[in-house]
Design a protein around this ligand. Structure first.
Ligand code: NAX
Length: 328
């Protein structure tokens, strides 16, 4: 029906990539009317594995999949791309200092930002999944000065979905009963999952729970450290749930949030809620007309304020560190 949308996925041979690609190809990213062309980017050592995944995509005979190309060069991979899912990143390994981690990722996200700047389609939307996601997104965004800054986002949708599920389970209600959950700040253990502004059956999430101790000692740490729990139980980090959240993030961006609800997205701050402008921090956001808007005017009590400030402080320090390293 329409011309295919070009979707670039980096880290395509990784475990999130493997879960993500089949959902994109089946139409869950952009909808059942939109054909997609996949552009897979990998490092040279993993290109063969990505080509294997491309064979399996071919074997699925997806009606909406208009083609798959595999690249080991960022400039080629982002040529003409409309949606970029930046999943590949350098993980922290034993003995690695924060500066080493940020430098290694700067070496990935700086050239990718430049490639997006020079070659992507004018409607490019970028979602960074690879950690440290917020700061990787900041690095890429800084090196794409011709792309509107708000097209660069980082993923806190998995944290958002985890928070919905934990609250629904606690209250014995369906996930669909939980509205207006917010993840504030960094996608890290410092994040603040906020249920004070959430709504459940006409009450706030915190009122419905009516147990501050549970909120502080169980809910918040459970959500913020869920990634570690998955590694401990599964023996590998979250993959299909992360892929699912990436699908949700882009689907919401393109199709909008439901009336009476919002989602969580890390995007460049405009100074809202005292978050320094330009930091890529997670906020409550609505989506309409293909863009995100930060929800304004929420009142923050001292508890929420302190939690947000602590996570934003961590982001500020990460920004200072990548500045000092000359990465932005
Ligand atoms: P894997 O190690 O399975 O896969 C990563 C892939 O990226 C590898 O195949 C690697 O070759 C590739 N890669 C590395 N550098 C690249 C480059 N310069 N260009 C293209 N590809 C490159 O990791 P996986 O489990 O798939 O996780 C990917 C990233 O997602 C990690 O950084 C992980 O920390 C992050 N996560 C982020 C989450 C979020 O909520 N924002 C949650 C899940 C996940 O932990």
């Amino acid at each position: 029906s329409s011309t295919p949308v070009n979707v670039t996925v980096t880290g395509a041979a990784g475990q999130i990539g493997y879960a993500l690609l089949f959902r994109i190809a089946s139409g869950q990213l952009l909808g059942a009317d939109t054909p997609v062309k996949l552009r897979l980017l990998e490092i040279p050592q993993a290109v063969r594995a990505a080509e294997g995944t491309a064979l399996e995509l071919e074997d699925s005979a997806f009606p909406l999949l208009a083609g798959v190309d595999v690249f080991d060069d960022a400039k080629a991979a982002f040529e003409g791309t409309n949606v970029a899912l930046l999943v590949g990143a350098r993980p922290r390994t034993k003995g690695m200092e924060r500066g080493d981690l940020l430098s290694a990722n700067g070496g990935i996200f700086k050239p990718q930002g430049e490639a997006i700047n020079s070659g992507a389609a004018s409607d490019i939307r970028v979602l960074v999944v690879g950690n440290p996601a917020n700061t990787n997104a900041l690095i890429a965004q800084t090196h794409a000065p011709d792309v509107p800054a708000e097209r660069f986002t980082a993923m806190t949708r998995l944290d958002h979905n985890r928070a919905i599920a934990q609250l629904a389970k606690k209250l014995g209600v369906a996930n669909t009963e939980i509205k207006k959950i917010t993840i504030w700040g960094n996608h890290s253990a410092s994040q603040y999952p906020d249920i004070f502004h959430a709504e459940v059956g006409g009450r706030s999430g915190a009122e419905a729970v009516n147990d501050q101790k549970w909120i502080e000692e169980e809910f918040i740490p459970r959500v913020a450290k869920r990634g570690a729990e998955i590694i401990e139980v599964r023996g590998a980090s979250s993959a299909a749930s992360a892929a699912s959240a990436a699908i949700d993030h882009v689907h919401t961006w393109v199709n909008g949030t439901a009336k009476g609800d919002w989602t969580s997205v890390a995007l460049p701050s405009d100074g809202s809620y005292g978050v320094p402008a330009g930091l890529i921090s997670s906020f409550p956001v609505t989506a309409s007309g293909g863009s995100f808007q930060i929800v304004q005017g929420l009142e923050l009590d001292a508890f929420s304020r302190a939690k947000i400030d602590a996570s934003v402080q961590e982001l500020t320090e990460e920004r200072e560190a990548v500045r000092a390293l000359g990465l932005i």
